[in-house]
Design a protein around this ligand. Structure first.
Ligand SMILES: Nc1ncnc2c1ncn2[C@@H]1O[C@H](COP(=O)(O)OP(=O)(O)OP(=O)(O)O)[C@@H](O)[C@H]1O
Ligand SMILES: O=C(O)c1ccc[n+]([C@@H]2O[C@H](COP(=O)([O-])O)[C@@H](O)[C@H]2O)c1
Length: 301
């Protein structure tokens, strides 16, 4: 539990960046590929559903993807250069995500790298960054787990000797809702080479979201994958919502502007942070909608 005094503590991540790896887990089954999930988005504010997406993906892997084992999960809040109307600053969004992970999870982390970049970073670059940190800088994921007395935090320091625990490269996949998948077949939103890279090298976990049909979103991608002679569809893992949760951050911001309760929709520590900082108060003449707030993101290829 995070105390209210921690809520107002300024976070150093905006002055000195270090890749967070303290909660990465060692691989339990050396026959499997370690899998790291990365959710990119605004998280303004982070909701229980953002956190729950990771748990749903873990269940999906346990139930049907015998080749993989989830060893880590990261939230990567987009930077202020995203210019989407109505968002809190990246510093606040990162801090709210960190507080939420600390309060509610023992394995989720926040990577502030994307948020602190001076320019907008396409998602393909963010996934490559995480992969580089884990597979190059840390040397991969250790297996089998070191036995006590080594503390878990020691597992992920860079191997220094020939006696170091063996490590396996992790696969880094993007985690998002089906509205994100839908944008992937909208002309001009994603660059084709980034999509090739995300679908071909990384892979996707897509959580069903009401109002964003998965089959409609998959059809154009399948057509494109077939036309390119690729089997990218194998890298798209669809997770059904068995208990539907249609929460959205836009709706939370609306509630807050209208002075309505958001209790039980967000982690308590995030509600407290928002209240203390006076975030998401009504701005006169300000209107936002999910559809109109998507900025053009196409990157030159
Ligand atoms: N209720 C939900 N069901 C499924 N996926 C969700 C849900 N809420 C958020 N996501 C996914 O989480 C990722 C990051 O979310 P994001 O910050 O864009 O939240 P959002 O609620 O869509 O925000 P906004 O309303 O500001 O557009 C996105 O890929 C989004 O699809
Ligand atoms: O990389 C791209 O070209 C790209 C195109 C569209 C969306 N994205 C990412 O998808 C996320 C969308 O978040 P949101 O809150 O606008 O739904 C955000 O992290 C964007 O950087 C990324």
């Amino acid at each position: 539990m995070v105390s209210s005094s921690n809520v107002s503590t300024p976070h150093p991540s905006f002055s000195e960046y270090t890749f967070p790896s303290h909660r990465l887990r060692a691989l339990q089954d050396g026959n499997k590929t370690p899998l790291v999930l990365v959710a990119c988005g605004s998280f303004s504010p982070i909701t229980h559903m953002h956190l729950r997406m990771f748990e749903m993906a873990v269940d999906h892997v346990k139930q049907g993807m015998s080749d993989f084992e989830v060893v880590g999960g990261y939230l990567s809040p987009v930077s202020d250069r995203y210019n989407k109307a109505g968002l809190a600053s990246a510093a606040h969004r990162v801090r709210m995500c960190e507080l939420a992970c600390d309060e509610t999870s023992d394995w989720l982390m926040v990577d502030p790298w994307e948020a602190v970049q001076p320019e907008y970073q396409p998602t393909a670059v963010v996934l490559d960054h995480v992969s580089h940190e884990i597979n190059h800088n840390l040397g991969g994921i250790p297996y089998p787990p070191l036995s006590p007395p080594h503390p878990p935090a020691n597992l992920l320091t860079v191997p220094s000797s020939a006696t170091a625990t063996p490590r396996k490269p992790a696969r880094v996949m993007l985690l998002g809702g089906s509205d994100l998948l839908q944008t992937m077949s909208q002309p001009g939103v994603w660059s084709q080479s980034d999509l090739n890279h995300i679908l071909g090298t990384h892979g996707l976990f897509i959580i069903e979201r009401s109002g964003s049909g998965i089959s409609d979103a998959l059809a154009p991608l399948k057509e494109w994958s077939d036309a390119m002679g690729k089997n990218w569809m194998e890298n798209i893992h669809v997770v059904r919502q068995l208990i539907a949760n249609d929460i959205s951050s836009t709706r939370i911001r609306q509630f807050l502007r209208q002075g309505m309760s958001v209790q039980y929709l967000l982690p308590n520590v995030v509600i407290e942070y928002i209240r203390e900082r006076g975030l998401y108060k009504e701005v006169e003449g300000f209107k936002e909608s999910r559809a109109s707030s998507m900025p053009p993101l196409r990157r030159e290829v």
